[in-house]
Each structure stands twice: as C-alpha cells, then as structure tokens.
Design a protein around this ligand. Structure first.
Ligand code: G6P
Ligand code: ZN
Length: 638
C-alpha cells in the first residue's frame, strides 16, 4: 500500500486543445517544412504534439476542472468516491498516457481507476463498463477517459526520407513525416461522449490553465496483470483495478442476442465467416466472441492481434483500407481466393465502426458491400424478429443527416418514431437517455442501439449474423442459405433502394475548403441560378427544390446545433450534402454525400456508381470542387 503526496505543477495554456466531434485528436508529431530561398535547405521543425511537456496533463486537468472538484473528490458527503475508467484502443503512447492519468486522478481526489488489461478497452466496451460494471466494493463508474483516435492511424514517428537534387547542384533531403495520431475523449456517467456544454468548458479551461495536480511517489501500475492495487494519498485510499477487457462486454452481448442461433449458423458448413480487426482493439473481443462463444474457426480472424501501430495500416473499415478482408472476400485471380467467405466484416481502431460485406458470385464484382445507411435500415426492419433485446418493439429509430433516407422509409412502414440528427453519436445519446430511440446509425460506418451510448462495431456484426441466422432458421439444411446480398435485395424490393455514395477529399487546404463551403451557402440563396447551372451540366437531373444548412433542435434538451452540413434537395428525392469532417487531424476533409431514391423494383439492381453518375457530375461541377481543392479525384470513395 504505497503512499503518495500531491504536487502542483505550474503550466500554461497550449493552443489548439479544442475537442472535435470525438474528443481531442492530434498528430503525434507535426512537421513544418520551411524552404530556404537560396539553397533550398529544408529545415524540419518537429513538434511532438501529445508528448510535448504538459500537453496531455493540461487537457486532463482541464477535464477534471470542468467536471468540478466535488464530482471527483473522495470526501463528497456519503459518497464512496469517484470511479473513472481509463483505457483505449492500445495505440502508441496509450500506456504512458494511462500512467499519467492514473497519477493525475489520484492527485485530484478520484477514489478508484478501472483499467482494462494492457490498457485495452474498445470504445463500446468502455461505454458498457461505465453503464454495467460493478466493482468488488459495489462501486460504479462516474465517467471514462478513452484513449483513441478511432479510425486514424497510430504508431511512433516515422519519416519517408527522399533526396532531392536542386538545379543549383545542391542536393537536400526531404523528410516527409508519416504521421500517426493519438487522441483522448471523456465520456460521462451514461457511458456516452461528453456533451458540448462540457467539452466547451474543458476547452475554455485549457485556455486559462495555470497548474495541474499529480501524485508524487505513486509508482507506475502494472496494467498487464489483472488485480487491485491500493495506495494512500492526502484524500485517503486510492485504488487501481485492472480487469479483463472483454468479460463485461461479452456478458452484455449475450444478454442482447440469441447466441445459440448464431452459433448454429456459424457451425453450418455452408456458412463461412471472416472478421478483420485491422489490428485494432476489436481483436481483443473477436476471439472471445466469434471463436470461443460462437464457434467460428480461428482462421476466420484476420489481424486480430491489437498492435500499437495497427500493423502500419490505417484502421478504418472501408473498401480502401480493409485490404486483406476485401481480398479474402474476392474471387478474382489476383485475390487468389477460390473460396471466399459468405460473410465478412471489419472494425476500426477502437471497434466502434463496422463494415459488412457479403459474398458475390458475379463476374464483375466480387464482394457485396452493405452501405452503412442500408445496414441500419435493415437492422431496424428485422430487429424485433431477429434480436431478443428488441422483442418488445423499437422505441424509435434515428440517423444522422448525411445518412441516406433508407431508415426513414422503414420507420414509415413500421410506424416508428424517427429522428434526423447532426453527425456525431452524442445526439443519439440524448434520445436514448430519454427512451425515444432504440436503433440508430450513421453513414460513417457507425451502427448501434440503446444498449450503450456509443456506436458498436461488434454489436453491428452480431446484429447482421442474427438477421442471417433468423432468415435461415428453417433453412440450414437446405440447398442454399439466404445470403447477405439476398437480404439486402429483399429489403430493396420491399422498401425501395437509396443509391448512395460518399466522396472524401482528405487533407485539402483548409482555406480552400472553407471557400468552397461559403460558395455553396451563397449559391443557396438563388435556386433559379442553381437550377440553371444544373441544367447546363446535366439536363437529365431533376430540379433542386430546397437548399439549406442543416440545423437541429434537440427535442430533449432544446439545444440548437447550427451549420451541420449544406444540403441540396431535389424534386425526385435525391440529395447532395457537403460537410467538413470534424474528425480529421490534418488540413481539412471535405465530404460529399450523394443519394438517389429508386422505388421501381426493376431499377434497383444497378451499379451504384453508374446510377449516381449524373448526380456526381452535377455535385462536382456545381461546387467547383476541382477549382477550390485542386483535386481532380477524391481520396476515398465509399
Ligand atoms: C466520429 C463520430 C461519429 C461521426 C463521425 C463523423 O466517428 O463518433 O458519430 O459520424 O465521427 O466523422 P467526420 O469525419 O465525418 O466528422
Ligand atoms: Zn472509432
């Protein structure tokens, strides 16, 4: 039982600590290249953002200050003291950050810290732990620091060194940093991300901070071993409880789904499965759930060992970055895989995102991609039958504004309460806390329900497996299983299809991006001009009947969120949406969302890029995308 004392460390504000959509995210290092005029000498200034003195500490202390000392203190009357969860996706620097946060929490009077073994907890598991876990002494968590930059890469500093010869005869070395990210966010007692009121307070505290508190004499805690360590400080006892990262989450999943029916599906010789964790934290859950609980073969798991640098990859589950999964699902010669799985799925670094793929036996296209917008609609349409947790009915459904209207159609058919919210999971949380929403999803590969207050990558895969199991419940011995593709096509023939695509322009010049957005807003004031421009580009595209910037009034707390994306709404129900990403950590990322509704069952089978080509052309020309960004093509198309 070690004793520690509290040290107050002088500090001063550090610029740029404003949390974005999902907390504070930064490049681990930022390089500024300054080219000398004469000799073209490239000077490299490196700033290691998170590891620079006091950077993390300032943010953490600002969070404690925002929450209020009374919340953190042991000696709040009749209180057994505050309990905080600290863990994350295991990316580079997490282990150091956890030790710092433990020491700062101790000094700030927190009573106990819960850490997932090796510092690993997926974002959804953190939410589950905050909501469900009860400590040996009956304690419950008050909140959590989640250490992740989600789907952004991680790892130590790296450079690509190129030698460049100059016309003057000099040669110089150009070091381009291969930049890796780190991030931190705070979640509240309901297991969901801190609301804007709190993140604004945190930010404002970072601009005035003068000191932070840290425990001196508190040793580093061995977070690789499960167990409880006790210490004593000026406020009394302080505990660090290292626990199994998966068990609370696995228990919750077992209470939601019928594991027996999924197990039957997974053990059918006709059903093959593949899960790619992209070396993120999902790997810590995949083996336990898919292999140990549900009987999938160990060879079904790809990249399921969590790594500090995600194996050098980009842990974002889309068709571009989930390369191995996409190849495994492939049928082409280059993919060298004659027997692709029936079902494939992937997660991002912190396991809150998901991508679902099915087998496709077509000459042209080798895998069937379920758009996240369709995914939430299909889950909502089948939830009551296929998932025991929802057997009593859905309270309501919700999607983010840029997500396609596939869910709207389901809500209408099933007479469900429906909400359209701004991008960001926190908006769903309010509806869920108020008992108004059961299932929700976003085009950005996030799907989830009110079982927690974060989106949930593994839950989404289990939901899909549950639906496929349900569709095949009397069919497992039959000739052919109902596949992922069959399920989606059945859905389209009942509800119509929302052709949908997203174009991302990553890391574009922030000034250019802003100008493009300003131009699009200005254009909205004159729809006649807009329609004239469109007719000049593609006379076959319908008229814009409405254009605005999305604004949301939260029905629960009445708060208003403005400037949530620029919309152009067409007469035939098509939509163009332009938004600046709130999660990037470098430059600006422009997202363009393109959608078109097709009700005619004879026209729902087209390739989506073909079907959307006219609207894409209109979007790119109307927005002068190339002019403002200098890019002739997007970085990623999904
Ligand atoms: C995070 C949030 C999501 C949100 C997404 C948007 O993942 O948790 O709720 O949809 O960011 O990202 P963007 O880069 O489009 O702002
Ligand atoms: Zn994530």
């Amino acid at each position: 039982m070690g004793a520690f004392k509290v040290t107050r460390v002088q500090t001063s504000p550090i610029d740029g600590q404003k949390p974005g959509t999902s907390g504070l995210r930064k490049k681990d290092l930022r390089a500024v290249l300054v080219e000398g005029m004469v000799l073209h000498i490239v000077k490299l200034i490196i700033v290691k953002v998170f590891v620079q003195p006091h950077y993390l500490q300032n943010f953490v202390q600002s969070t404690f200050n925002a929450l209020g000392a009374d919340k953190m203190k042991v000696h709040a009357e009749n209180s057994s003291g505050a309990t905080l969860v600290v863990s994350g996706d295991g990316r580079y620097y997490s282990k150091d950050a956890i030790q710092i946060i433990i020491k700062m929490a101790a000094a700030n009077g927190v009573r106990r810290i819960w850490v997932g073994q090796n510092g690993l907890l997926s974002t959804p598991a953190v939410s589950a732990v905050v909501r469900e876990r009860v400590g040996a002494d009956g304690s419950k968590a008050n909140g959590a620091f989640i250490l992740t930059a989600s789907h952004n890469p991680g790892g130590p500093n790296e450079y690509i060194i190129e030698s460049v010869s100059m016309s003057s005869g000099y040669a110089c070395f150009l070091a381009t940093p291969c930049i890796k990210d780190f991030g931190i966010k705070y979640n509240m007692e309901n297991g969901g991300p801190a609301p804007e009121g709190v993140t604004d307070k945190i930010y404002s505290n970072t601009t005035t901070i003068k000191e932070y508190l840290i425990a001196e004499g508190l040793p580093d805690v061995d977070i690789s071993k499960i167990g409880l360590s006790n210490f004593t400080g000026p406020d009394g006892q302080f505990d660090v409880d290292v626990f199994d990262s998966a068990s609370d989450y696995v228990k919750l999943m077992k209470s939601i789904f019928d594991f027996q029916s999924i197990k039957k599906l997974l053990s059918s010789p006709k059903f093959t499965f593949c899960y790619d964790a992209l070396h993120g934290v999902a790997g810590a859950y995949a083996k336990r759930i898919f292999v140990e609980e549900l009987g999938a073969k160990e060879s079904s798991l790809l990249n399921c060992v969590p790594k500090e640098d995600f194996g050098g990859g980009h842990p974002d589950p889309n068709l571009t970055y989930a390369k191995e999964l996409v190849a495994r699902m492939g049928l082409s010669k280059t993919d060298n895989n004659p027997d692709p799985p029936e079902f494939g799925a992937a997660a991002d670094g912190d396991a809150d995102r998901n991508m679902v793929l099915g087998k496709r036996l077509s000459y042209f296209d080798f895998r069937f991609f379920v758009t996240p917008s369709d995914s939430v609609a299909i889950i909502a349409a089948n939830a009551v039958q296929a998932i025991p947790y929802f057997s009593g009915g859905l309270k309501g459904v919700a999607r983010s504004m840029p997500t396609s209207a596939a869910l709207d159609v389901v809500a209408k058919h099933l007479n469900l309460k429906f909400f359209e919210v701004p991008t960001g999971w926190k908006f769903f949380g309010n509806l869920m806390d108020d008992g108004q929403c059961s299932v929700c999803g976003e085009e950005s590969f996030g799907t989830g329900s009110d079982h927690i207050r974060e989106k949930d990558g593994i839950w989404a895969v289990l939901a899909w497996l549950a639906i496929i199991a349900y569709k095949n419940k009397d069919n497992l011995e039959g000739d052919k299983l109902v596949t992922v593709e069959d399920t989606v096509r059945q859905h389209w023939s009942t509800y119509g299809r929302h052709y949908y695509t997203r174009y991302d322009y990553e890391n574009v010049d922030a000034g250019g991006a802003k100008e493009l957005m300003a131009y699009l807003v200005k254009l909205q004031s004159n729809l006649t001009e807009v329609n004239n421009i469109i007719k000049g580009i593609r006379p076959d595209v319908s008229n814009v009947v409405n254009a605005d910037e999305f604004e949301y009034k939260d029905p629960v707390d009445g708060s208003i969120s403005k400037h949530q994306g620029i919309r152009y709404l067409f007469e035939d129900g098509s939509r163009l949406v332009f938004r600046l990403s709130g999660t990037g950590s470098e430059g600006a990322t422009i997202r363009l969302y393109i959608e078109q509704y097709e009700k005619d069952p004879n026209k729902i089978g087209r390739d989506s890029q073909d079907a959307l080509a006219p609207l894409v052309e209109v979007a790119l020309k109307l927005s002068k995308m190339q002019e403002y960004t200098g890019r002739s093509a997007p970085t990623v198309i999904t």
